[in-house]
Design a binder for this molecule. Sequence first.
Ligand code: ADP
Ligand code: ZN
Length: 622
Amino acid sequence: MDSLLSVIRKHWGYDSFRPLQREAMTAAMESQDSLTVLPTGGGKSLCYQAPAVHRDGMAVVVSPLIALMKDQVDALSECGVPAAYVNSSLTAQERMEVAGRVRRGELKMLFAAPERLVQQRTIEFLADVELSFIAIDEAHCISNWGHDFRPEYRRLSDLRQAFPDISIHAFTATATERVRRDIGEQLKLKAPRILVGSFDRPNLLYRVERRHDVIGQIREVIDRHPNESGIVYCISRSSVEETASTLSSLGYRTLPYHAGLEPDRRKANQEAFIDEKTDIIVATVAFGMGIDKSNVRYVVHAEMPRSIEAYQQESGRAGRDGLEAECSLIYSGRDTSTWEFLINQSENEDNRVTSLQALGRMESFCFSSVCRHRQLVGHFGQQLEKENCGACDVCLNEIESLQDPLVLAQKIISSIYRQEQRYGAEYTSLVLRGSKSKKVLTNGHDQLSTYGLLKDESERDLRGWIDQLVAQGLLRRSGEYSVLVITDTGFQLLKGELTPQLTRPKTRRQAASATHKWEGVDRGLFENLRQMRMDIAAERGVPPYVIFGDMTLRELARFRPTRAGDLLQIYGIGQQKQAEFGGTVIERITEYCLEDDLVTNLPISDTNRTARKVPPDSFRRR
Ligand code: ADP
Ligand code: ZN
């Protein structure tokens, strides 16, 4: 184990294991089949990379996405680990070169797309190679119970027979029991070690709010993160286009991404985001699988996702580097109808029922006033240890549960009843708020006993409650005009036989965050180093985060080391990176600190690292 740690220290510059990494690595070292389930950002890659470096021979890594393979191989090269990939993007010549390196035993890892790996000639070729083990990344793609089934993954079940003596190690972030079992069966794992990590992502701050001014609500999040990377998800291509162009016109560096764009443009936009040439990408769910960018600081859902699994995946793209990040979900009752329409249109009968159930659970998530972290881990069968997560709108006390929800709901529902159940939410809110609008007056609805009954409430709150009543099954939206209809349970409520739950957002919040790791960091130096990172990355044709993660830059800008040897103590700097970039880093730090009169070479220690103990300004000489 100590030797594994020294491998990690030497190549990656980390000095401890993350939870379950040690166990997962042991399985790979001892050739015992395994299935490791860790959330996004949990550090799955290192679980096979470190043993692959440590063991003799070459490991084969199956990965579904071409773009990810290239990034992984680039990142490994920057850490001084020889690796290569084979997929359809390579020319015949390039493939031959890789084959040569494999034959000469030069590689520690070979990344391959599943369909290529199971080809007869690949199997025959690999039969003569000393293999250490096979790792299967994103293993849930093998299960059609998962959210991301890929038929070509099914063929991986041939691997066991093709390589009977080589252990197989599967990795996924999808935790449902069913998918887990499916992976084991499909891959024919032999008495696998099953390692399931905690699904909580404590560094993510979750908020859910009803949509009332979508651009304003998105801007509120963006404005908390100037110059930082974020993703805004929308359901449809047209809302992507519209949102992206509005944000651009407001001066935000924004690009759109969806399947309807020309492939070249789509690729260019994705790369601009990865290379930090744009801050914001507005996208459909088509965006994300292919990127591993570690420093996404916020993910906004401008519309509700289709399931909790999808939400966990998409929001999980924030804060992979473990630093604080923000996930905001902005929903409206209409999103449910949109998804219902899409599901009914695109899915066969079997899948439809499952999809609609998943949608229902997503909706309940939005309306619930239970801690978001608790709900998310609960969905995956786990419990949250702490009482108060300190990182969601519920625990931060940003929403208020109403004291007398029954009477309020009765007022709303009886108005709908008196309006003969022929109008939608907007109109209902006009009546209840006592509007003098022409439509209400012409209909004579100013004569209803419910007219003006809630005139002191804001339209925003009222519409929110109607959505909540729909989500709780007391009302139903019907037909093209989303007319509100009272359900059987709705009538029970009118009789006072049951009580709903109604909430309202409190007026504004601080930008609270669970784990702020900016203490002691000189922001100016951080920005300076960020620019340096971009320059190095551009020169080498790799994404910036492959050079240094944000955590590394923050430590550099906090401790400001100017001695080459000290760089190795910085998070994320191993021998190779020290040798390659150390000179440039030290030059930058020295120059900046001299000019700004900042003290350099602060003591690097773990307490200073995590701590709030480094007061932000006390180290300035002036
Ligand atoms: P996953 O594949 O599980 O989503 P990654 O493998 O991409 O997660 O790891 C997320 C981040 O955590 C990466 O930046 C990785 O380098 C970092 N990381 C992984 N293991 C460790 C460790 N033991 N110590 C510090 N950082 C780590
Ligand atoms: Zn919470």
